[in-house]
Design a protein around this ligand. Structure first.
Ligand code: SF4
Ligand code: SF4
Length: 310
């Protein structure tokens, strides 16, 4: 379900990152939107899942001055609480954030309008020109803000800037093709789990619409010369299994999608979950906290190589 946005209004964004080399070609400005229709257990941006403002507590920054506990009107802060904040009691008055002397408490998300974002983007134009970069919309899921990103992308393209969308693929296709697709140079489309039952268990929703959307968008991109890159996150024991990767490889090969990228597992989401008070929705915290070895990554890559996908 898209978040209804008046194009002139603001969207909730949790980070605007300049000088990124990780989210598309060249140097890019990456805008991370809050809200996602999926609920992947390993999400490496857990602060992007919720479509509302959140409060973050970084225990490593806390100097234990007690100011926040004294000032909180609802008694939501408690050192005995492993997450420090009882979010069911927090009214988001942000008094604690305003008074925290160390920056241990902070707000996740800010409401920005299109002019706010274009002001940041325009400053980076020399870097885009020098490097072949541009603007990337990420999240969370940017298409949850369909009307807002439609106007943002349109105005970005009018400035002659390259645009890229990173998406989980779960959106209303008609709205996407009408409002967002015309303003894109590149689409990074994530496919996670091929089996629908497992997709529901680990990602919180069916993959049927995602696969149908991919099939349609693949045909459109081929016709219009728009770059489409399918990305597969490697999550040990969940997506990075022989069965799942083989099924995805066969499916992509049958569709004629030959360009893909694998995203090796990033365990840093653990730390982020702690800060925003979300539990690790994982059966095995010990292995989920480890990076993949290069042998494990090579093994996954070899499955796609076997189908002549790269
Ligand atoms: S935001 Fe307000 S209610 Fe929530 S923990 Fe801080 S002071 Fe308490
Ligand atoms: S005000 Fe900030 S530094 Fe002081 S106890 Fe609270 S979180 Fe820690």
């Amino acid at each position: 379900m898209a978040i209804q946005t008046d194009p002139g209004k603001k969207a909730l964004i949790f980070e605007v990152k300049g000088n990124s080399l990780d989210d598309g070609p060249g140097i890019r400005t990456v805008i991370f939107f809050k809200g996602c229709p999926l609920n992947c257990v390993w999400c490496h941006n857990p602060e992007g899942k919720s479509k509302t403002l959140e409060i973050s507590f970084d225990k490593n920054e806390c100097i234990m001055c007690g100011t926040c506990i004294e000032i909180c009107p609802t008694g939501a802060l408690d050192r005995e609480n492993p997450f420090y904040i009882d979010r069911s009691r927090c009214t988001m008055c942000i008094k604690c954030i305003e008074k925290c002397p160390s920056g241990a408490l902070s707000l996740v998300g800010q409401h920005l309008d299109i002019d706010d974002l274009l002001a940041v983007i325009e400053k980076d134009i020399p870097f885009f020109k020098y490097s072949g970069g541009g603007v990337t919309l990420s999240g969370g899921e940017p298409t949850m803000h369909m009307d807002f990103i439609s106007l943002l992308l349109k105005r970005t393209r009018f400035l002659g800037i390259n645009t890229l969308l990173e998406t989980c693929g779960l959106f209303d296709l008609h709205s996407f093709m009408d409002k967002v697709y015309p303003w894109l140079n590149t689409i990074y489309f994530d496919i996670k789990i091929f089996d629908d039952t497992l997709h529901k268990i680990h990602c919180g929703a069916s993959n049927r619409t995602i696969l149908k959307n991919l099939e349609h968008i693949h045909c459109a991109c081929r016709k219009d010369g728009i770059e489409l890159l399918v990305r597969i996150p490697l999550i040990p024991g969940i997506t990075a299994t022989e069965d799942n990767l083989t099924s995805i490889a066969r499916y992509l090969k049958d569709l004629g999608i030959l360009d893909l990228d694998i995203l090796p597992y990033n365990p840093l989401w653990f730390d982020k979950c702690d800060k925003i008070g979300k539990s690790h929705q994982s059966a095995d915290d010990k292995t989920a906290g480890q990076w993949m070895t290069s042998e494990e990554i090579d093994h996954c890559r070899a499955i796609f190589d076997g189908f002549n996908l790269q």
